[in-house]
Design a protein around this ligand. Structure first.
Ligand code: UT7
Length: 332
C-alpha cells in the first residue's frame, strides 16, 4: 500500500568500506579456487575486509557521519536510527544504539532490523511510513556488515562471495511528488534453510561443540538462492514500478543488490534494460549484504550517474528469504 501523506526522500548519503583489500589471488592461497573461476561465476575481483578492531558499528558510524554531512543535518535532528544488519556487534544492545551513542544522536530512538541482504530496503520502507505520517522527521537508515566474521574462510563455496562495508542515508520530508514514490517488501520463510547461520542463537546456543562443528558460519545452498534471486529481481522491480505509476521505459538508473553479475545480467535481460543504466560495483566490494545497495547508491550518486528528477529503482534479495524494491524520483 502506498500512502502519500507527506513526500519522503533521501536527503543525504554516505558509505564506508575498510581499506584492506582481499583479492581473488589472495583467496587462491586460502582455498581451492581461482581468480578465473570467481570472475566467471560471480564477477567479483576483490572485496574489503575489516581489521580485528573494527566492528559493524564502526563502519556504520563513519557512513552515518558522511550521510549527515551530505544532508547538512545535525545528529541531534535525527529522531530514529535503523541499522539493517546480520552481523551486529553483539546481540544487545542493538548496533543502532551503539551508532546513536557514537554520533551523539541524543534525540533518536534506535533499533536493528534483520532482513538479510534486503535489510536496507526494508529499513527504507519503514522510514518512509514513519516520515509520511509525521511520526518521525529525520531517520538514519543504515545497512552495515562485517560479514568476514561469519565466513568460513576454508569453504570455497561461500568465502569468495562476501565482503565488509556500510552505507547510510538520511531520510526525511521532501517536496511534493518527489522522493520515494513506492516501496515493496516480501518474504518466503520456507526458503530460510537455503541461507542461514545455525548457531549462536536460542536454537543452538554457543558451545564448544557448536564451534567445533563450525555452526557459527554462514551456510548457503548457492544454486537455490541463485534461482530465487533470478526470479525475484525482475518481479520485485516490476511490482514497485507498477505501484509508482512508472514503467521499465521510465527507469533512468537501477541500483541492484550486488551479489553476482550473472543474477544482475539476468534481471537486466528480463526487464529489457540497457546495461549502462545499471550500477555494478561487486567487482570491487563483493556482496556486503545489507550494505550493498546503499554503498552502490552512494557511489552512483557521487559519480554523477543519478541526477535530480531521475527515476531510480533499487532492488534486492537475501536471507529469509526476503526481497525489497523501491522507486525514487531523485529529489536532491
Ligand atoms: O545475497 C544473497 C547471497 N547469496 C547469493 O547471492 C548467492 C547466489 N548464488 C550464486 O551466486 C552461485 O550459485 C554461486 C556463485 C554460489 C555458485 O555458482 P554456480 O554457477 O551455481 O556453481 P555451482 O554451485 O553449480 O558449482 C559449480 C562447481 C562445483 O563443482 P562440481 O560439484 O561441479 O565439481 C563447485 O564445487 O564449482 C565448484 N565451486 C568452486 N570452484 C572453484 C564452488 N565454489 C567454487 C570456487 N572455486 N570458489
Amino acid at each position: 500500500m502506498q500512502d502519500r501523506v507527506r513526500s519522503v526522500g533521501i536527503l543525504g548519503i554516505g558509505s564506508c568500506v575498510p581499506d584492506n583489500i582481499r583479492t581473488n589471488k589472495d583467496l587462491e592461497k586460502m582455498v581451492d579456487t581461482s581468480d578465473e573461476w570467481i570472475i566467471a561465476r560471480t564477477g567479483i575481483k576483490e572485496r574489503r575486509i575489516a581489521d580485528e578492531k573494527t566492528a559493524t558499528s564502526d563502519l556504520a558510524t563513519v557512513a552515518a557521519k558522511r550521510a549527515l554531512e551530505d544532508a547538512g543535518v545535525a545528529a541531534e535532528e535525527i529522531d530514529l536510527i535503523i541499522v539493517a544488519t546480520v552481523t551486529p556487534d553483539m546481540f544487545f544492545p542493538s548496533t543502532a544504539c551503539i551508532v546513536q551513542s557514537n554520533i551523539g544522536a541524543k534525540n533518536a530512538a534506535a533499533f536493528d532490523l534483520g532482513a538479510g541482504c534486503s535489510g536496507y530496503l526494508y529499513g527504507l520502507t519503514v522510514a518512509k511510513q514513519f516520515i509520511a505520517t509525521g511520526m518521525h522527521d529525520k531517520i538514519l537508515v543504515i545497512g552495515a556488515e562485517k560479514l568476514s566474521t561469519i565466513i568460513d574462510w576454508e569453504d570455497r563455496n561461500t568465502s569468495v562471495l562476501f565482503g565488509d562495508g556500510a552505507g547510510a542515508t538520511v531520510v526525511g520530508p521532501t517536496e511534493d511528488g518527489m522522493g520515494i514514490l513506492a516501496t515493496s517488501i516480501g518474504a518466503d520463510g520456507d526458503g530460510g534453510k537455503h541461507l542461514y547461520m545455525p548457531a549462536g542463537g536460542s536454537r543452538v546456543p554457543s558451545s564448544i561443540s557448536s564451534i567445533e562443528q563450525k555452526l557459527h558460519y554462514l551456510k548457503m545452498d548457492g544454486s537455490e538462492v541463485f534461482k530465487f534471486a533470478v526470479r525475484i529481481m525482475s518481479k520485485a522491480s516490476l511490482k514497485v514500478l507498477k505501484d509508482s505509476g512508472y514503467g521499465v521505459e521510465d527507469i533512468d538508473y537501477l541500483v541492484p543488490h550486488q551479489a553476482n553479475i550473472r543474477i544482475i545480467n539476468s534481471a537486466v535481460k528480463k526487464l529489457k534494460l540497457n546495461k549502462d543504466k545499471i550500477h555494478v560495483n561487486l567487482d570491487k566490494y563483493a556482496n556486503t549484504s545489507a550494505a550493498s545497495v546503499p554503498i552502490a547508491l552512494d557511489e552512483a550518486v557521487k559519480q554523477g550517474k543519478i541526477k535530480k528528477n531521475d527515476v531510480v529503482v533499487m532492488v534486492g534479495f537475501g536471507a529469509g528469504l526476503t526481497w525489497g524494491s523501491c522507486v525514487i524520483k531523485w529529489n536532491k
